[in-house]
Design a protein around this ligand. Structure first.
Ligand code: ZN
Ligand code: ZN
Ligand code: ZN
Ligand code: ZN
Ligand code: ZN
Ligand code: ZN
Ligand code: ZN
Length: 1756
């Protein structure tokens, strides 16, 4: 909204509100004038002018004019003083104690599970953060928009209804309220102003004339022929459709069409053409015609006169003006509401607010928003008026809902969406029920909107339904749910009557559902079209909780419950007429008969939808629970009751399920399978399957047990199966019978055994949930979310899990990945019931398997008998009689007999298991009864029946005898333990029967004895088990060994690779130790004359592709390591630096000390023959071309491929160059030491270089440095002197190695600089050195942050990658022209030796010294190059070269550190006066002198030394790594350990440095002094010392991912305050946090796209280019997901490092539990970054989750 009038205190809002038009103002102030008339005149005069330029409006200008011409005078009149001053006063006085903040889509809302009355009660983030609920079990969710904050609503919260902010307002309000109350004059003015304003708004919004205005707004001036063609928004046409239609119809540019479309989508309408009436009319027709072409309906277009358009626009502006005003004072709100509700006397016309409501569906989007906000800010802020509004709302409810159902806008834009704000308020809901009969109103609305789905029998049929329309109907159903959400505690007669009336009305809906969508078994042909089943099931799901709530409401009042039961019973009976016409038939079995009307599920129509029957079942258990059942006969007479009829339909439904399982309904297609699935699924089962079981239990409790079972047998169509066996050969039919028998037995088990329903037995809701959880956890340990998903939710979306979970389970925390799980407590295992009725078939067998395995593990028998069930409540106590009735005995005996007689095809093991289960239930029941009451009172005689002969035949046997025989049936070996258990039970019951005449003590001791018996048996069994277990373990071990042998090489290799870091570290350490011990005599010094020998073993590697081994040798064919080269900003501190996208002009020789962007080379450590790799790569290219595999995740053009073994993303290979073992003769070396001092070495080098330059100068232009020989004395030295200290011939590499050297070097160059490959480019060697140095720095950094020792703790892949990289970098020189290498060397040396006058040499503070060191060391051998022979320095020469180069670089680095730390403030180190401190002091004096005092001499020596010692560490560590991998000299042991103390000394010793580093200066003073002078004199250095520029401090800061808050809602808070930097609209944003630098970005939105190299990139992608050189890590805050991206095309999602208290992540905040930072997981992300594995992770994730291909990462 263009609401520029922000009246925050002190805001300069007056800019456009200058009190212009003074005469007019005066007139307004006149008391006597007619306000209405003047107001309209004023509008008529100004409005058309202000909004004249509709096509291209200047919004700011418009707003200015509105303020000046209309609003300012209006406010002056209203307030009687300056509006700004007045409103500021009013605001400060604090107004409402209701927050009332209206949510926009995407905003986070909070609800408290402990205190909210229902889940629709929510808080805004501000209120939440200031409320007590912050420390409760809260939930966070994303608003869909349209709701508002309930802070301050005492009815919404059981506790803490006010946040501290609003509490303050309310506590101080009584006192201040008097002050802030408007004075009578203002109230009077308001009463005059508001009616006119409101009337104008209403009139204009519902104005339908296109051409004319109301007469009072028509100005006398001539009417201009100026019209607009206005296009309206709808939900049918896509963005692209509209753009297309506009382009065609108006012939406009794409850009303009897009502009229009965006505006239409946002505001709801827009003028797309201005002109004369005719031309607009023409455009209208054109648009309609074109839009009709692309979609079914035309777009909604109107032609409006410019003045009409203007007034409608202004009406909205006035609406938002009022909206603002409302927030200032309760008096304004009340006056406003009064006027809105005022009905014209004697008129039937609706009041203003109702008029608007009724017009809502006709308004465009923008107008609706204003209207709804106005309702929120006025009516909903005043409880009294909210009630009155609700009454109006319900008055027009039907009409409003019907409008909504035919509307084409989303629900959030409909006024009907406000229902939740009223219906969920308990007192309001009760008021609406009592006074407005809202339940009936809603159900009647439903009955009126649903008839189009009624068939000829008045049952619903949703075939061919429209999903959209039905979704709108659901909204009405939801309203019903809202009204019912809080159960009344107090019933009045009126409430009871009204509720019952509503209930009866609701039963009418259920009647239309009872038996709807009947199906008939398809025989012969498969059905042609699967019918639409989803709608009916979806409605069932919607109704589930409403049905439960109705039942609960009924149950809270006995009178009501009985009356409701009567109504429901009547309704069921009315629907149970089916089959009345048929003649009854008679069925005999075991001397019992059943008379019933014939019906076959397999032949007659059947329906799965029986909500009436199920509601009745629900009411019945509630009758039983409350005890009201004793009065049932007063309401339903026994004759009417007809229990057989009640059971009939649910039974049919269960039979249908059985027949589907028996595959009898195969030809009915998938739709039936799905329905059966949902019938039993957790989303529906409470009001479907569960209630059907209850209905059977009701049947079993009220019918004769034999009759009941006969009915079961008949409906299962199994009557024949239990008569004499008819020999049938039809295998399919037998199988079918067997499944049906199993299904029926299972249902019988449930009918008798499932008693965990309040009312059926005396259990509580908690007991029920506990039992559900126990059975879930008996399958396996589960995550919190998995358990939640498997439990039914109540109307408040709660499962009740938290209240009980700790009683039955223990929580096991998650590791770095995965999630936390709950494990069942041992004491709960005894509750396990194998035939738990909510188990699916798979769950059943999984649970059985798990439990048997567990018992086996504990050396116990495998019997899993049922746990003793709770006692039935009195109303259901008769159910158990079906266990010991004749028909049941017959069934059990028949099945056992079949098993014993080995008629294998007529029984199954599952069937026998169920028979055994039923036997156990019978025995348990008898035992329990016997233990409770004396024998003679127990009529339940299961034992007796089971031990009685079934018939008088000679071969007759009883159940007990059959069981004995069963033990010998080989197929039933697995059931033996269960059979034994049952036999023991028989024994126990027998004893109880016999001994019950004795005292109870005896009975108890008998059971004790039985237990003792059990235990000796157990012991024997245990022994047997243990032996078996031992044998099994032995077998397992052998099997494991065998399979280990068989496992192929790749597998083992992969395993090695995947080992954890720690394990690797240890292995390496051991390896190192071994080599150390063998070389124990050798010195562990890498540089100089005392240099130790290279420890280079023979390396034999296996190619992962051809599996052949090969030794790595110079002259052999090349072997390579797969590798990935990438640009990296992982080490920089300064991410705002603008990186160049292409490196065409970059000079990479010198690295800036901040390490802004390096080139990292990583490897997964897998070795291949170069030839094998090339073949592999070519094959892949070929494959790619042939298959046109569009979704290729790697870019073959750029050399990308996946490592054939580990599938890491690679883009090149590193050739493996063997280390040339070197050993020096220490005597020779000592001898050389006598002559080759640093000074002399420098001279020799200088001469050599100048010699080259002279030589080259002959050929080409002089561009090599001219030398100043100052201080270099002896010029007698000549060009060849350098060779005199020892040379050797250069290494000869095989051509294949050379080829790979070139290939890899070119890749580094290409990737590192983002340029086209060019093998001849002079920068190739620079890049080689640079990546070598940078990669070492990355590894050093990683080891340090992880606190690992420098050597021996690298992963294998890092170790072999680094080794190969350093050796490659040393060898690469040989493939480039030596002149070129020399040129680079000279430039590098130029930094250290300023007497080499080379142009562009950076100052000491502008280079990274380690890069210089690596470059200089690797390029130095080029100085040995002679025309004819390929020479390189001998070992001794190298040793000195390395030593002096390193010392020079170190001296320079120390100087860098000292200078850059000049302004460092003192640290906590205590001063001392050590030798080092003194040396430091004297060094500082020199520096001070050379910088002409810029360097302060006052810094104490000890502090300088401290800085140097700390600052130089990373450099020394890098150097040690570098020289180790270059030379192969073993490091001292201290570096293999993680100790701070030893490290520095060991490093100094390894690198031939004095531990007092300043001694180096002393030692070389003569040589160094001039260098130091020049270093310090550099203008750059001086400017830094003067504080004019900032130098990098050492040690450099190590990078970490940004600090994240512990509590996720802090982040959400940040996100809520996020404002897009580029746009000011209030649309939903996707704030995204860069985890590298902490920048908050506006993602996935056109406003923040950037044009980079001609491509539109999203905010994230373009930020990543700069922040992470293309690779970056973001946190999508609203979705709680991490996004990794690389370049423009790749990315993946990664779980955010936040866990809820159950150890689970919550992507999308779907579950909404409080989330807390998990440090380990965040550290894992940090490592992903620092190890440069982000690209790898993306590739891996893209390979597994193909979905992400569709995503346009570029626009992220
Ligand atoms: Zn709030
Ligand atoms: Zn609040
Ligand atoms: Zn709370
Ligand atoms: Zn190979
Ligand atoms: Zn690999
Ligand atoms: Zn960033
Ligand atoms: Zn933006």
């Amino acid at each position: 909204m263009a609401d520029g009038a922000d009246r925050g205190p002190g805001a300069g809002a007056t800019s456009g509100r200058a009190p212009a038009q003074a005469p007019e103002r005066a007139m307004w102030c006149d008391e006597r004038f007619d306000f209405q008339g003047t107001f309209l005149q004023c509008l008529a005069k100004h409005v058309p002018n202000i909004y004249s330029a509709e096509m291209d409006p200047l919004l700011e200008k418009q707003e200015e004019m509105v303020q000046a011409a209309i609003l300012y005078p209006l406010e002056c009149y209203l307030f009687g003083e300056d509006p700004d001053i007045f409103l500021e006063k009013l605001q400060q006085s604090g107004t409402s104690q209701l927050c009332g903040k209206v949510f926009k889509g995407g905003e986070t809302t909070y609800s408290c599970r402990d205190c909210a009355v229902d889940p629709t009660c929510v808080l805004c983030i501000d209120c939440f953060q200031n409320s007590i609920h912050k420390n409760h079990r809260y939930k966070m969710h994303s608003s869909t928009g349209g709701g508002f904050c309930d802070c301050g609503d005492t009815e919404a919260w059981k506790a803490g209804p006010l946040c501290t902010k609003h509490e303050l307002g309310s506590s101080s309000s009584p006192k201040e309220n008097s002050e802030c109350q408007l004075n009578e004059e203002i109230m009077e003015h308001s009463r005059r102003v508001f009616p006119s304003v409101i009337k104008y708004i209403v009139d204009m919004l519902i104005w339908e004339e296109e051409k004319e205005l109301p007469p009072e707004l028509t100005v006398s001036r001539e009417k201009v022929d100026s019209y607009y063609c206005v296009l309206f928004n709808d939900e049918h046409h896509s963005y692209d459709h509209v753009i297309y239609s506009l382009q065609r119809a108006l012939g406009c540019e794409l850009g303009e069409a897009q502009l229009h479309t965006t505006a239409i989508d946002k505001e709801g309408r827009r003028a797309v053409k201005a002109g004369h009436y005719a031309s607009c009319q023409e455009a209208k027709e054109e648009i309609k015609r074109h839009s009709e072409n692309v979609s079914q309906r035309p777009l909604h277009v109107e032609v409006l006169h410019a003045d009409v358009m203007a007034h409608q626009k202004f009406a909205l502006r006035l609406g938002s003006w009022l909206n603002k005003l409302m927030s200032y004072s309760s008096d304004f709100r009340q006056i406003f509401c009064q006027i809105c509700l005022k009905e014209e006397a004697g008129s039937e016309k609706p009041c203003f607010i109702s008029k608007l409501m009724l017009w809502d569906a006709k308004l465009h989007k923008g107008a609706r928003k204003v209207l709804h906000e106005l309702i929120f800010s006025s009516f909903f802020m005043e409880m009294e008026y909210k009630k009155l509004f609700a009454v109006e709302f319900v008055k027009y409810y039907k009409a409003l809902q019907k409008e909504y159902i035919s509307d084409d806008h989303d629900r959030v834009l409909s006024v009907t969406a406000l229902s939740v704000q009223m219906f969920t308020v308990p007192t309001l809901a009760r008021h609406l029920i009592e006074e407005q009969n809202v339940i009936t109103t809603i159900t009647e609305t439903l009955l009126e909107v649903l008839p189009e789905y009624l068939d000829k029998n008045d049952k619903f049929n949703f075939q061919g339904y429209s999903q959209d329309k039905l979704n709108r109907v659901y909204a009405v159903i939801y309203d019903l749910r809202y009204v019912l959400v809080s159960k009344p505690t107090l019933w009045t007669d009126r409430l009871r009557e009204r509720f019952l009336e509503g209930f009866v009305s609701f039963l009418r809906i259920l009647t239309c559902m009872q038996g709807m969508e009947e199906i008939k078994r398809q025989i012969g042909q498969h059905i042609e079209v699967d019918h639409d089943w989803e709608a009916a099931i979806a409605i069932q799901m919607q109704l589930k909780n409403i049905l439960l709530m109705f039942q609960e409401w009924c149950a809270s009042d006995e009178e009501l419950l009985l009356r409701a039961y009567r109504e429901c019973h009547k309704a069921v009976m009315r629907c149970s007429t089916n089959g009345r016409s048929r003649e009854k038939t008679v069925f005999h079995l075991c001397g019992h008969t059943l008379e019933s009307r014939p019906y076959r599920v397999s032949a007659d129509p059947v329906s799965i939808h029986l909500p009436l029957s199920r509601t009745l079942a629900g009411l019945h258990v509630r009758l039983s629970k409350t005890g009201a059942i004793s009065r049932l006969h007063e309401f339903v007479s026994p004759e009417e009751f007809q229990v057989e009829l009640l059971v009939e339909y649910p039974l049919r439904c269960l039979v249908l399920v059985a027949q589907v399982a028996a595959e009898m309904w195969r030809r009915n297609g998938l739709s039936l399978i799905s329905q059966v699935f949902y019938y039993q699924d957790v989303k529906c089962r409470e009001e479907m399957y569960d209630k059907d079981i209850i209905m059977l239990q009701i049947g079993a409790s009220l019918m004769d047990p034999n009759q009941f079972l006969l009915l079961m047998l008949q409906r299962y169509e199994l009557a024949d199966a239990f008569k004499k066996i008819k020999p049938t050969k039809d295998q399919d039919l037998i199988k079918q019978y067997n499944i049906l028998i199993e299904e029926m037995l299972q249902i019988l088990i449930y009918v008798v055994g499932e008693r965990y329903v309040p009312g059926i037995s005396n259990v509580t809701k908690e007991d029920v949930i506990m039992r559900e959880i126990i059975h879930l956890l008996c399958i396996e340990p589960m995550a919190h979310s998995a358990i939640t998903k498997s439990l039914p939710e109540n109307e408040n979306n709660e499962t009740g899990l938290e209240n009980v979970i700790d009683k039955v389970a223990t929580f096991k925390k998650p590791g770095v990945s995965g999630h936390g799980v709950y494990e069942l407590k041992d004491e709960c295992l005894k509750e396990f019931n194998m035939f738990f009725y909510h188990y699916t078939k798979t769950q059943h067998s999984k649970a059985e398997h798990t439990q048997k395995k567990r018992r086996k593990h504990e050396n116990r028998d495998e019997a899993l008998p049922p746990p003793p069930p709770p006692d039935f409540s009195p109303a259901f106590s008769n159910v158990v009689r079906i266990l010991n009735c004749d028909v049941m005995m017959h069934i059990l005996r028949t099945l056992l007999q079949r098993a014993v007689e080995l008629e294998t095809h007529l029984w199954t093991e599952a069937m026998i298991q169920m028979v055994l289960h039923l036997l156990s239930l019978g025995l348990l029941e008898e035992k329990q009864q016997l233990q409770k009451s004396p024998e003679e009172e127990v009529s339940f005689d299961f034992y007796h029946k089971a031990t009685r002969m079934g018939s008088s035949a000679l071969n007759a046997v009883n159940v007990l005898m059959l069981l004995e025989k069963l033990k010998r049936v080989p197929q039933l070996e697995a059931q033996k333990d269960t059979v034994n258990w049952i036999l023991q039970m028989f024994d126990m019951v027998k004893r109880l029967r016999e001994k019950s005449s004795l005292t109870t003590v005896a009975a108890a001791s008998a059971s004790e004895a039985a237990k003792g018996d059990e235990s000796t048996q157990d012991k024997e069994k245990a022994e047997r088990k243990r032996k078996a277990e031992a044998a099994r373990l032995h077998r397992q071990k052998i099997m494991a060994q065998m399979s280990a042998l068989q496992r192929n090489f790749i597998e083992t290799h992969k395993l090695l690779y995947e080992n954890t870091l720690e394990a690797q570290g240890k292995e390496d350490a051991i390896m190192e130790e071994e080599s150390v011990s063998s070389a124990v005599d050798y010195s562990k010094i890498a540089l100089g004359p005392k240099r130790g020998p290279s420890v280079a073993e023979k390396e034999v590697l296996t190619c992962i592709l051809c599996q052949e081994e090969q030794e790595v040798k110079l002259e052999s064919a090349a072997m390579v390591l797969s590798a990935c080269v990438q640009k990296s900003t992982a080490l920089t501190q300064n991410r705002s630096r603008i990186l160049e996208l292409s490196g065409d002009t970059i000079d990479p020789l010198f690295m800036h000390p901040d390490l802004p962007c390096g080139t990292h080379t990583g490897s997964c450590g897998h070795v291949m023959h170069a030839a094998c790799w090339q073949k592999y790569f070519e094959a892949m290219q070929l494959n790619f071309r042939q298959r046109l595999h569009v979704e290729q995740i790697f870019d073959l053009e750029n050399g990308e491929y996946l490592c054939p073994l580990c599938k890491s993303l690679c883009n090149t290979v590193i050739p493996i160059v063997p280390l040339q073992a070197q050993k020096i003769n220490s005597e020779d070396a000592e001898a050389v030491a006598q002559i080759l001092s640093l000074a002399r070495w420098l001279e020799i080098v200088t001469v050599r270089i100048s010699g080259y330059s002279v030589k080259n100068a002959k050929g080409e232009k002089q561009n090599l440095p001219a030398f100043t020989n100052r201080g270099m004395g002896n010029s007698a030295l000549e060009f060849h002197s350098i060779l005199s200290f020892g040379v050797q011939s250069s290494a000869k590499y095989s051509s294949s190695i050379k080829e790979m050297l070139i290939l890899f070097a070119t890749t580094i160059y290409r990737v590192g600089l983002k340029v086209a490959p060019n093998e001849a480019d002079s920068r190739i060697p620079m890049m080689t050195w640079s990546t070598c140095a940078f990669t070492i720095q990355c590894i050093e950094n990683l080891l340090e942050t992880e606190g690992k020792p420098l050597f021996g703790s690298l992963q294998n892949r890092q170790h072999s990658g680094l080794k190969a990289l350093v050796q490659f970098a040393a060898a690469q020189r040989t493939t480039s022209p030596q002149v070129l290498i020399q040129k680079h060397l000279i430039r590098l040396l130029g930094v250290l030796l300023p007497n080499f006058k080379v142009e562009d040499t950076p100052s000491l503070l502008e280079v990274d010294m380690f890069h210089i060191l690596v470059g200089a060391v690797l390029s130095f051998p080029s100085l040995y190059w002679e025309d004819a022979v390929d020479l390189q320095p001998s070992s001794i020469s190298s040793a000195y070269n390395h030593l002096y180069l390193f010392h020079l670089a170190t001296l320079a680095h120390i100087t860098q550190i000292v200078i850059s730390s000049a302004t460092e403030s003192s640290t906590a180190c205590s001063p001392d006066n050590s030798e080092e401190a003194q040396s430091a002091q004297s060094f500082c004096r020199e520096v001070c002198q050379y910088t002409s005092g810029c360097f302060s001499q006052d810094i104490p020596g000890w502090l300088v030394w401290d800085c140097v010692k700390k600052g130089i560490m990373p450099y020394l560590r890098c150097a040690a790594l570098f020289f180790h991998y270059l030379l192969g000299v073993s490091p001292p042991e201290e570096l293999l350990q993680d100790s701070e103390e030893g490290q520095f000394k060991a490093l100094c010793s390894y690198l031939s440095l004095p531990t007092n580093l300043f001694l180096l200066f002393h030692e070389y003073w003569d040589t160094v002094n001039p260098l130091l002078q020049r270093w310090c004199a550099d203008p750059m250095v001086l400017s830094c010392l003067k504080g004019k520029s900032i130098a990098i401090r050492y040690p450099r800061k190590r990078n970490h991912l940004i600090e994240l808050p512990e509590d996720y809602s802090c982040l959400l808070n940040q996100a809520s305050q996020f404002r897009c930097p580029r746009s000011s609209d209030d649309e939903q944003k996707h704030p995204v946090l860069c985890l590298f630098c902490g920048a908050m970005l506006c993602s996935q939105n056109t406003c923040c796209q950037e044009l980079v190299n001609g491509e539109e990139l999203g905010a994230c992608t373009s930020h990543a280019l700069q922040c992470g050189a293309g690779v970056c890590m973001f946190l999508k805050i609203r979705e709680c997901k991490v996004v990794l991206i690389e370049g423009k095309t790749r990315g993946c999602l990664y779980p955010a490092p936040y866990l809820d208290e159950y150890g689970e992540t919550d992507p999308g905040l779907k579950r909404g539990n409080p989330l807390h930072l998990c440090r380990e997981r965040y550290r894992k992300l940090h490592l992903l970054w620092q190890q440069h594995c982000i690209i790898e992770e993306i590739a891996r994730s893209q390979e597994t989750n193909q979905i992400f291909f569709g995503f346009n990462w570029q626009l992220l």
